[in-house]
Design a protein around this ligand. Structure first.
Ligand SMILES: C[S@@+](CC[C@H](N)C(=O)[O-])C[C@H]1O[C@@H](n2cnc3c(N)ncnc32)[C@H](O)[C@@H]1O
Length: 261
């Protein structure tokens, strides 16, 4: 829960805990952590600044190397993003170079809030927004992390996350943030690569190459069971599907779908 206190936004983590009091179990609502953190603090803590050359290299690599992936995933995206028609406020987690914008940003009424810790993504995402027909006043890029979204509670019609929960530091916190910022009845569209099935050669390869992947791909994990996290995040309704992409080798298994608040 975010509370505005004037100078800072204060992040309050609440937890239901059972305390043993005089031989009785009493359910208490504990505020166990109350820190004055603004979004910049959270950004620095969760995604400490990296050298400019690294951020630029990763942004350029995303811009140039994803063409065949995007071609193969296009059918899934086209179907999912039709749900965004008529929506006025959409937030994209880890927007990167903005490959999703062409599917929904041309819809005259939409404003897009793109967040990404890598500031070098902004110029690519802006160019993608412009070529999708989104006016610059309706595209806001903020350097931030999914774990601390810089928008108000219940302010977004939809949140999009594609290939991003593999990279966040705290998946559960990011999903709580998604729920926090969604309006009641708002929805979260996700497409994420996930761990292959246990016991498969692909899972073995993912495990071996995971540390290298994290190093070269800005913290991307190959072995996350992201579908489980989404299922357990407390959305009121979830439609989850699996897809296996032939062009994507190590990141072939994907979970995709829509979760409603
Ligand atoms: C593989 S790229 C995907 C970008 C884009 N969503 C797409 O589909 O191409 C992962 C993105 O997540 C961003 N990212 C990394 N850590 C993040 C975090 N904690 N919160 C939000 N985004 C993060 C990276 O900077 C990068 O732009």
């Amino acid at each position: 829960m975010w509370l505005e206190t004037g100078k800072y936004w204060v992040y309050v983590i609440k937890e239901n805990a059972f305390l043993k009091c005089s031989q009785m179990l009493a359910k208490c609502d504990l505020i166990y952590s109350m820190k004055q953190l603004n979004f910049q603090d959270m950004l620095n803590r969760i995604h400490p600044p990296k050298p400019d050359w690294y951020e630029e290299f990763f942004a350029l690599a995303m811009e140039k190397s994803m063409k065949s992936y995007e071609a193969e995933i296009a059918g899934y995206k086209a179907k999912l993003f039709t749900k965004l028609r008529g929506k006025s406020k959409v937030l994209e987690l880890g927007i990167g170079t903005g490959p999703n914008l062409s599917y929904y940003a041309g819809d005259g009424g939409v404003s897009v809030f793109g967040i990404d810790p890598n500031k070098r993504m902004e110029k690519y995402a802006r160019a993608a927004a412009t070529s999708a027909g989104l006016s610059s006043s309706k595209f806001i890029f903020t350097q931030a992390v999914a774990e601390a979204l810089p928008v108000n509670d219940a302010s977004m019609d939809a949140v999009i996350g594609t290939l991003v929960l593999c990279s966040v530091k705290d998946v559960q916190l990011a999903l709580q943030e998604v729920k926090r910022v969604l309006k009641p009845g708002g929805f979260y569209i996700f497409i994420e690569h996930v761990a292959a099935k246990d016991g498969t050669t692909l899972r073995f390869m993912q495990k071996v190459l995971d540390p290298l992947q994290q190093l070269v791909s800005d913290g991307c994990h190959l072995t996350r069971e992201t579908g489980k996290y989404i299922s357990q995040a407390g959305f009121s309704d979830i439609n989850t599907n699996m897809a296996y992409l032939s062009n994507a080798s190590l990141i072939s298994p994907h979970v995709y779908g829509i979760a409603s608040k």
